[in-house]
Each structure stands twice: as structure tokens, then as C-alpha cells.
Design a protein around this ligand. Structure first.
Ligand code: PPS
Length: 307
């Protein structure tokens, strides 16, 4: 049994409440270990994987883990869950080891560490050590749909309510880890002053996984063979990750797979199956007001023919 899959009683009383934390909506499961998280000692070769929830964190975590360790330790892929290979730094859920403890125990070099923090919450040692950071962003519409289904099935998340209420809350930034708009913009701005930040997009990764893997390799300084890259691209295809119990989160007891799967659809454009025409118009108007930086562009659909 993996370290973080210890049994937690799955019922709705476990659901956490949102509260304002330094100006960001959070739950106690990600703030209870705040002091240890803020004092976390990063190492110069640590790689921080930062995302707003549901952007494809698990996908890019598997890619980076395979790129770094897939050759030397192939058994990792079948014996250690992705959330133990890539600890979730701020996680402080009762009865399971804290993210900081898991990260401290990692024996790999580099250590791959996940966070959903907005940029201003990142512990200072990551900046002081000049660590590489990979930020993966996903368009707002698919993010909110994915988040909605996640909050329905994850008993540690706040009660989602119905779809229209959830969408409204997303637009107001009242989600765990705060506003999507502030998150993607905050990290985008950081890219201008911090050179070791690789900002990438879920839609690009879907369109051409090989091309995005090449960019990641040059960012982290790896040169895998074509054969290795091909093999990794196959292993991280949605259907293969969904079947892989070490990647699909099936051992996490707070997640009720009868409601929805963690590896749910893995598509660009599923929002079209959720937004009404009126919701879409309202969302677009609000989006224009909030997303004023013309250099940060998201795609809400991609040309199927191109991948
Ligand atoms: S979390 O809980 O925030 O860490 O979730 P995260 O891993 O960031 O995002 C989960 C969504 O990413 C999709 N996913 C993938 N899509 C395509 N290909 C691959 N390999 C892949 N792996 C994960 C996953 O299905 C969730 O999106 P939705 O839209 O809900 O399916």
C-alpha cells in the first residue's frame, strides 16, 4: 500500500470549508502545515511542478518522472504511486503523511515536487536556490469543468453545489487555491523576472506531446533517445495512464470513483458539454474584463486534425 493511501473514512463530513487565507480562498487541508511549508528547504536541483488544480499536474509529473528515472528505475512506474514519487508540498490531510514529510524523505535527485500554490505562496527557498519550475496552465473553461467533477468525487474538497453555482464561484475566485485568473496571470508575470520558469499549456501538450516533451527536456537538461521519448509518449497517453493504478489515483480513499474518475476525459473542449449558451456568453464577457494581458493567450479548442 502506498504511503498516502492510508484509509480515510469516506463521507461528506470530511469535506473542508473554504476560508480567506492571505487573500486567497483555501481549505485547512492546504494551510494546516503552513509554517513547515514556508520553511521547507529546497535544494538547487529540485524541480517544482506548479499548476492551478486540474491543469494536468499528474500528466506532466509522470512525464518528468519518466524522463528522469524511467531508464534507471523502470520499476518505479509499477510500484510507487505518482503522489509518492512527486509529493504535493502543501498537503496536510489527516491520517496521511504531510507533503513536506514525503518531500524530505525523497531519495531521488532531482526531487520532483508538486504545488498548487499561487506564485506568492511559494516557499522562499525555491527562489533562493534558483530551482527550476515547470508551470502548466489549462484554459479556464476546461479547468472549471474538470474541477467541478473533481469536487463532486473528492470528499476532502468543499461541497461543489450544482454546476451553475460552481461556475459562478469559479468566476468569483472562490475555489480552493483561489482565482484561476490570478493564478495563471501571477505565474505568467513571474516568468518575466525569473528565468528558470518554464510555462506550458495543457492544450499544447495535447496537440503535440512529443514537441512539448522536447521543450521540457531542453529546460531540464536531458537528452533522451528518440526511442525513449517514443516510449514515454506512449506511457503517458490518457488511456494508458487511466489504466495505470500508480497514476490514476484509484487508491485514494477520499475519492469516490463511482461519482467520477480522477482520469475523467482528458480532452480539450469538454466545456462545450457543460456550458449553456448564456453561461458561455456571460463567462466570455467576464473573462475579457479579467484577462487583460494580451501576451497570455489560451486555446479553448484545438484542431483535431493536427494531432
Ligand atoms: S490535480 O488534482 O489538480 O492534481 O489534477 P491534475 O492532474 O492537475 O488534472 C487532472 C486533469 O488532467 C487530465 N489528465 C490528462 N489529460 C490528457 N492526457 C493525460 N495523460 C492526462 N492525465 C491527466 C485528467 O483527466 C483531468 O482532466 P479531466 O478534464 O477532468 O479529464
Amino acid at each position: 500500500m502506498s504511503q498516502t493511501s492510508a484509509a480515510i473514512k469516506m463521507d461528506s463530513s470530511f469535506r473542508a470549508k473554504l476560508f480567506d487565507f492571505h487573500g486567497v480562498s483555501m481549505t485547512r487541508y492546504f494551510t494546516d502545515n503552513w509554517d513547515d511549508v514556508q520553511n521547507f528547504q529546497a535544494r538547487p536541483d529540485d524541480i517544482l511542478i506548479a499548476t492551478y488544480p486540474k491543469a494536468g499536474t499528474t500528466w506532466v509529473s509522470c512525464i518528468l518522472d519518466l524522463l528522469h528515472f524511467g531508464q534507471a528505475s523502470p520499476e518505479r512506474q509499477t510500484s510507487i504511486s505518482i503522489y509518492d514519487r512527486v509529493p504535493f508540498l502543501e498537503m496536510a490531510v489527516p491520517s496521511v503523511p504531510k507533503g513536506t514529510e514525503l518531500a524530505d524523505k525523497l531519495v531521488t535527485s532531482p526531487r520532483l515536487i508538486k504545488t498548487h500554490f499561487p506564485v506568492q505562496f511559494v516557499p522562499k527557498s525555491f527562489w533562493e536556490q534558483n530551482c527550476r519550475i515547470v508551470y502548466l496552465a489549462r484554459n479556464a473553461k476546461d479547468s472549471v469543468v474538470s474541477y467541478f467533477h473533481f469536487d463532486r468525487m473528492n470528499m476532502a474538497e468543499p461541497e461543489p453545489g450544482d454546476w451553475s453555482i460552481f461556475l459562478q464561484r469559479f468566476m468569483q475566485g472562490k475555489m480552493v487555491f483561489g482565482s484561476w485568473y490570478d493564478h495563471v496571470n501571477g505565474w505568467w508575470k513571474k516568468k518575466h523576472t525569473y528565468s528558470k520558469l518554464h510555462y506550458m499549456f495543457y492544450e499544447d501538450l495535447t496537440e503535440d506531446t512529443g514537441r512539448e516533451m522536447d521543450k521540457l527536456c531542453s529546460f531540464v537538461g536531458l537528452s533522451p533517445s528518440d526511442e525513449q521519448k517514443k516510449s514515454i509518449a506512449g506511457m503517458v497517453q490518457f488511456d494508458n495512464m487511466k489504466k495505470n493504478n500508480m497514476a490514476n489515483h484509484s487508491s485514494i480513499s477520499v475519492m469516490d470513483f463511482k461519482i467520477s474518475h480522477f482520469m475523467r476525459k482528458g480532452k480539450v473542449g469538454d466545456w462545450k458539454n457543460h456550458f449553456t449558451v448564456a453561461q458561455n456568453e456571460h463567462f466570455d464577457e467576464d473573462y475579457k474584463r479579467k484577462m487583460t494581458d494580451p501576451t497570455l493567450k489560451f486555446r479553448t479548442e484545438i484542431d483535431i486534425a493536427s494531432f
